[in-house]
Design a protein around this ligand. Structure first.
Ligand SMILES: *Cc1c(COP(=O)(O)O)cnc(C)c1O
Length: 389
């Protein structure tokens, strides 16, 4: 899909200043420093009083990190962004910053595994949660409890890539003064802008498409200035999950090419998905572009990215293993969203009952379509699928 020209400009821009000689670099310098010193003690005292804005110590603000935060906030059309040392650091800061004991969180849609593991751990602090896999707004409303403080969304969701009606869920939560947060990592802000649909907070792992080269781990939260200031003092600064300046610089560099990378991931993934949908060894392809509700898709997503799943006709572990091991171009590993194509399955051979309970087909194989070119990848899949014919 065409990229919003404003977004393309935000991605390409680099905040650089000319030096004393009048010439400027094309990429910004890295503030590789742990602390910032001040010209007077009073200046330090003032800086500490506004640490959410002033670089004092790199566990708080750092100019290199702040530059990438401004870009991400602008892309999401939010006031402020806070970067973190990983997506999970961002997610834990949101959950720990917003929730108190006695609260309930409703997770809607298939949710990133470690997020649910964290929620499981929060039971120790008397924070309860439920997972709702019926995605209709009525089911979501019915699953709310009097003490629900937060509705956590992922759309498209992990593994099955099902799409939620974000505006409808935002509205029903807001009517009950319940906060909503979405993990927007799959779509990226280029293809989905949840704040405009009424969602309160957006989190990202920047380790996938945003960084885009499989060379860094980072996370981000975007919301209003008030909420971000609260999060800064409540959970970002004390928990210490800061992003280092070097990784922030790499993330900023990744963002500069995000529009072209996404266009290519999108087009090639759609071609691979089409090939798989027509293959006799494949039962179905789970890609948001093939969803049952094209009107919802058009309202919410201006494009699709390169990660999706397919279900093999035969779901036994041996078949799944043979297909994965038969691939040569797709590398075997966790994560997604980088230059190299990746393959993985949730089927570990011993967790069938758990997959069944979670509604995940045993024959599921997830692909992250990289930038090698669709022809090569289709030929590779064709060869691997022939091994189970
Ligand atoms: C990878 C991932 C995360 C966690 O991000 P890290 O940077 O690996 O901590 C969160 N959400 C989704 C959907 C992910 O795929």
């Amino acid at each position: 899909m065409p990229i919003d020209p404003q977004d393309a400009a935000i991605c390409a821009a680099e905040e650089v200043r000319p030096g004393p000689e009048g010439s400027a670099p094309t990429s910004a310098p890295i503030a590789q420093t742990s602390l910032f010193t001040f010209s007077s003690f009073q200046a330090l005292v003032d800086g500490l009083a506004a640490e959410h804005e002033v670089p004092v110590y790199t566990r708080g603000r750092n100019p290199t990190v702040a530059a990438v935060e401004r870009k991400l906030a602008a892309l999401e059309r939010g006031d402020r962004c806070q970067c973190f040392g990983s997506g999970m650091a961002a997610i834990s800061a949101v959950l720990l910053g917003l929730l108190r004991s006695g609260d309930h969180v409703l997770f809607v849609n298939q949710t990133y595994g470690p997020t649910l593991e964290l929620a499981e751990g929060l039971r120790r602090f008397e924070i309860e949660h439920d997972l709702e896999l019926d995605l209709s707004p009525d089911a979501v409303r019915a699953a709310l409890r009097p003490n629900t403080r937060l509705v956590w969304l992922e759309s498209p969701g992990t593994m099955l890539f099902r799409v939620l009606d974000l505006a409808a869920i935002a509205e029903l939560a807001r009517a009950r003064k319940i906060l909503t947060c979405i993990d927007n990592s799959w779509a990226t802000p280029l293809y989905q802008k949840p704040l405009g649909l009424g969602i309160d907070l957006v989190v990202h792992t920047c380790s996938k498409y945003l960084g885009g080269h499989g060379d860094l781990v980072a996370g981000a939260v975007i919301s209003t200035a008030d909420r971000m200031e609260e999060l800064f003092y409540r959970s970002f600064l004390p928990l210490g999950g800061a992003l280092g300046p070097w990784d922030a610089w790499l993330l900023g560099r990744g963002l500069r090419t995000l529009p072209v990378r996404l266009s290519r991931h999108e087009a090639d993934a759609l071609r691979v998905a089409e090939f798989l949908a027509a293959h006799p060894a494949v039962r179905r392809v789970l890609h948001p572009a093939l969803s049952e509700d094209p009107a919802l898709l058009r309202r919410q997503l201006s494009g699709t990215t390169g990660t999706f799943s397919f279900e093999l006709e035969r779901g036994d572990y041996e078949t799944v293993r043979r297909v994965i091991d038969g691939l040569e171009r797709f590398r075997i590993g966790v994560s997604w969203g980088g230059v190299e194509s990746l393959v993985i399955s949730p089927n570990r051979g011993t967790n069938g009952a758990r997959l069944d309970a979670g509604g995940i087909p045993r024959g599921l194989v997830r692909l992250s379509v990289g930038l090698e070119g669709a022809d090569l990848l289709i030929a590779d899949l064709d060869r691997a699928l022939a091994t189970i014919a």
